[in-house]
Design a protein around this ligand. Structure first.
Ligand SMILES: Cc1ncc(COP(=O)(O)O)c(C=O)c1O
Length: 421
């Protein structure tokens, strides 16, 4: 690097290269990056896999961009409402107002169960070019990607899956990864469940996806991303590519089996686990008498830091790189935890009726905004949207009007201020 010259200050500088000869270029790869991407595609069984050094966030924006470019006209996308904000940013950039697939009834905002039937009914009513689904969600719910993919394929509609949390699923068993289940474009955050540095991610194009998409990916990533992708991150994706073609799949399978034992212990003790994923545990804290944030604090006493906690649950992301001692600590905590009656709280629910849309996402996100206390936002138009966590069902999207119900939801999730037009 011209600045630090590889001198160790932080420690990683010797590996932090730039586009010197032999190091290849992410957006026009011909050498080691091309080879690493091919190895990644081989491990995933995709037609092409592309690296992102800017997370699934860049992969998601790129997915929307290439569909827009492939069709060469404004696109209509139906999306499950629990999308990550990278998708909302893509909507603002490409001026898309999605047709929302909202939960018919959802008590917690991380989940947005969308059925193939719901997608089919929407596609009967509306002309749509692509369906966008987030699976797994933050709690570890898995959508019926196979069923949704069947519906999409039968109508000639593309299926994009935000699988940021599920990069490992390809190796955890058969028929778990969205590529195997029929999605056309899949975004995986390698850094969430594989041994990659923060920001390492993939964009996969399925073998069965329409021709013409692949060539659009690199230019789209160059359009949307930084001209200085981190070689540290790419180096870690390169190591991942070798590991995924080597010992890592077996390590992932073994870890999932070990976690199945922990899930069995939870089951025996009647500690509910909301996660359908084999490598994630989501303790339904409220159902055993705890606020999730309080339970996360108790876990800190056992030297464990959760991935996420909210009033209802605590999410634990475990990987093959946790030590056996880590897992013993988790088992000790689960064995010693006192169980209580469920907390009897009234939970504001989002029930399929969406807030009034006043202006487009793009118009709202590009408008000047003021920050107001949530309790003063009744009747105002949200400028940037508000979510309990990333991703989750947005209580309000940019351009929608805030109402009293929405205020209650925001308050439940500890959101004190919000940006309004
Ligand atoms: C479901 C989901 N999609 C996308 C993202 C963005 O991924 P990244 O952090 O790799 O950019 C996240 C990050 O938390 C996520 O949870």
């Amino acid at each position: 690097m011209p600045g630090h010259k590889g001198v160790k200050l932080h420690g990683l500088e010797p590996y932090d290269l730039t586009e010197i000869r032999g190091a290849d270029e992410l957006f026009e790869p011909e050498g080691i990056i091309a080879r690493g991407e091919q190895l990644t595609a081989r491990a995933y069984g995709s037609r092409r896999s592309f690296w992102s050094a800017e997370g699934s966030s860049l992969s998601i924006k790129t997915s929307v961009c290439i569909i827009r470019q492939l069709l060469g006209r404004p696109v209509r996308i139906a999306a499950a409402r629990n999308c990550h904000r990278a998708f909302i940013s893509a909507c603002a950039l490409f001026d898309i107002d999605p047709l929302w697939l909202a939960p018919s009834e959802s008590s917690e905002l991380c989940a947005c169960p969308v059925t193939a039937q719901q997608v089919s009914e929407l596609l009967d009513r509306e002309p749509v070019d692509a369906v966008y689904i987030t699976s797994p969600d933050y709690y570890g719910n898995l959508a019926d990607i196979a069923g949704i993919a069947d519906v999409c394929r039968s109508r000639g509609v593309l299926l994009i899956c935000d699988n940021a949390h599920g990069a490992y699923l390809r190796f955890a068993g058969k028929g778990l990864h969205p590529l195997e289940l029929g999605a056309d474009i899949v975004c995986d955050s390698a850094h969430k469940t594989l041994p990659a540095y923060t920001g390492g991610a993939y964009l996969h194009i399925a073998k069965s996806a329409p021709e013409g998409l692949d060539e659009l990916v690199k230019p789209a990533m160059a359009l949307l991303g930084s001209t200085s992708p981190s070689y540290l991150i790419m180096g870690s994706l390169d190591i991942c590519a070798d590991l995924l073609n080597g010992e890592l799949p077996e390590m992932i399978r073994a870890r999932c089996e070990r976690i199945a034992e922990i899930k069995a212990l939870m089951n025996k003790r009647s500690i509910p686990d909301l996660s359908e994923e084999p490598m994630k545990i989501t303790i339904a804290a409220e159902r055993i008498g705890y606020d999730g944030r309080e339970l996360a604090d108790i876990m800190r006493g056992y030297k464990m830091e959760c991935e996420y906690s909210d009033p209802a649950a605590v999410v634990l992301m475990i990987s093959p790189y946790n030590s056996e001692e880590d897992l013993f600590r988790l088992e000790k905590f689960l064995t010693e935890l006192e169980l209580h009656a469920p907390l009897n709280r009234s939970i504001p629910k989002i029930k399929g009726v969406l807030p009034e849309r006043v202006m487009s996402i793009r118009e709202a996100m590009l408008s000047p905004a003021v920050r107001v206390p949530v309790e003063n936002s009744d009747g105002r138009v949200s400028a940037r949207g508000a979510m309990s966590c990333q991703p989750s069902v947005a209580a309000v999207m940019p351009g929608e009007r805030i109402n009293a119900e929405i205020i209650k939801i925001l308050q439940r999730y500890g959101i004190s201020h919000t940006d309004v037009i």
